[in-house]
Design a protein around this ligand. Structure first.
Ligand code: UD1
Ligand code: UDP
Length: 379
């Protein structure tokens, strides 16, 4: 096989985390692939922070982020700049990951140029176009645009088959997020990284610690505020509980979280924590409360119970495995579940068994093997 040019497109923090193992694997095979990384810069600080920790370097930076950006504005800028880059660099393959605006624009730009498009983390579905919004529709569009679909699980593969994607274009590989998690866990000692807030570093190992994250657009209309209300009630009800909430940089999230929680002595609203620090916190936490996709995959592998503040999830594997529970946005339900899990070790125990429903940490190798096989077949 002649050397193929692969352009990996990254926009946000989770894309950097989940594509780093793939970029590393491509770099291991220089006789087969000439790998280039394009960051759209859909995220700026969060992306730069993750890229540095994952030892990823961008060959192209499209610098599209604007404060409080609209979906249409972001899509327009990303599509225009990706189109130009693909025209200039003529890659053989464009790789995108997940369901962000960057991934959708990358797949569309690749498709317009007739370039082979590979989709990492293909086939996740809730079936509801409004949740998560706009990601559920982004990933359906990408499924139409992509030539190769790297499904993390059998359920994701089944969803793609139901939509008419040909079986030979799908590979079940596991999720590359687990590859990254295991890579980082090896590098994170028992000693907490510098980025872990000092209030947490000082705590004894068994002290109850609640980790919170939240950023989904569909929760801006009251859902996130309700989650914050529940967190405050729980902090009041459990006298020694310490809460750490690394607040996403989205201005709407910042405003809601700070208005609800800034003045509570045991609730630490902090800047987004670097990936190493976050993995340490996730491993250390008694319970994590989150609407994040990545956290739903990572927490089961670390044996940390995760309560998912969404009405529906595309990651039912974690729920079926017994590691995650869907709690929606109802403050009473969230409070009851949190208090039970934090204060009752017996209730927590079944959720603290490490489980790997999203793969064994070899997804990137499987993806690059499949890519190689596919490109060879096409010659
Ligand atoms: C995006 C993705 C979402 C993903 C999330 C990961 C879309 C539609 N959404 O949501 O799927 O789960 O990233 O975190 O693609 N901001 C900064 N600095 C940063 C990052 C964001 O200031 O480093 C602020 C900016 O004001 C920006 C806003 O956050 O305009 C929103 O960023 P955007 O990427 O549009 O949406 P997210 O909510 O981060
Ligand atoms: N993460 C991080 N620092 C934080 C919060 C999260 O490094 O302060 C990591 C986390 O380990 C996971 C990813 O970021 O790998 C999840 O990103 P996010 O929740 O923003 O996006 P989603 O996964 O929902 O798309």
């Amino acid at each position: 096989m002649e050397t193929k040019r692969v352009l990996t497109v990254i926009g946000t923090r989770p894309e950097a985390i989940k594509l780093a193992p793939v970029v590393r694997e491509l770099a291991r095979r220089p006789d087969r692939f000439r790998s280039r990384v394009c960051v759209t810069g859909q995220h700026r600080e969060l992306l730069d922070q993750a890229m540095a920790e994952l030892q990823l370097e961008a060959d192209h930076d499209l610098d599209v982020m604007r404060p409080d950006q609209s979906l249409a504005g972001l899509t327009t800028l990303a599509l225009e700049r990706l189109d130009r880059l693909i025209a200039d660099t003529e890659p053989d393959v464009v790789l995108v990951q997940g369901d962000t605006t960057t991934a959708m624009a990358g797949a569309l730009a690749g498709f317009y140029h007739g370039t082979t498009v590979g989709h990492v983390e293909a086939g996740l579905r809730t079936g509801n176009p409004q949740a998560p919004f706009p990601e559920e529709v982004n990933r359906r569009l990408i499924a139409d645009l992509a030539d190769l679909h790297f499904a993390p699980t059998e359920a994701a593969q089944a969803a793609l088959l139901r939509e008419g994607v040909a079986e030979e274009r799908i590979r079940v590989t596991g999720n590359t997020g687990i590859d990254s998690l295991l890579w980082m866990r090896e590098r994170v000692d028992t000693v907490p990284p510098e980025s872990v807030p000092s209030a947490v570093r000082a705590l004894p190992a068994s002290h109850p610690l609640l980790l919170v994250t939240g950023h989904r657009r569909e929760s801006f209309n009251g859902g996130l505020a309700a989650v914050c209300e529940a967190v405050r009630t729980v902090a009041d009800a459990v006298p020694d509980l310490v809460v750490v909430y690394p607040v996403h940089l989205n201005p709407q999230v910042q405003a809601t979280a700070r208005a609800a929680l800034a003045d509570h002595g045991r609730i630490h609203l902090v800047e987004p924590v670097g990936y190493a620090g976050f993995v340490w916190l996730l491993n250390r936490a008694t319970v994590v409360l989150s609407d994040s996709g990545g956290v739903q995959e990572e927490a089961p592998a670390l044996g940390t119970p995760v309560l998912v503040t969404r009405e529906e999830t595309e990651r039912l594997e974690a729920v079926a495995a017994g590691s995650a529970r869907l709690v929606g946005h109802d403050p009473d339900r969230i409070e009851a579940e949190l208090i039970r899990l934090i204060t009752d070790p017996a209730a927590r125990a079944p959720m603290t068994v490490p489980r790997f429903p999203f793969g064994d940490g070899t997804a990137a190798r499987q993806i690059v093997d499949a890519l190689e096989e596919w490109l060879q077949g096409g010659e």
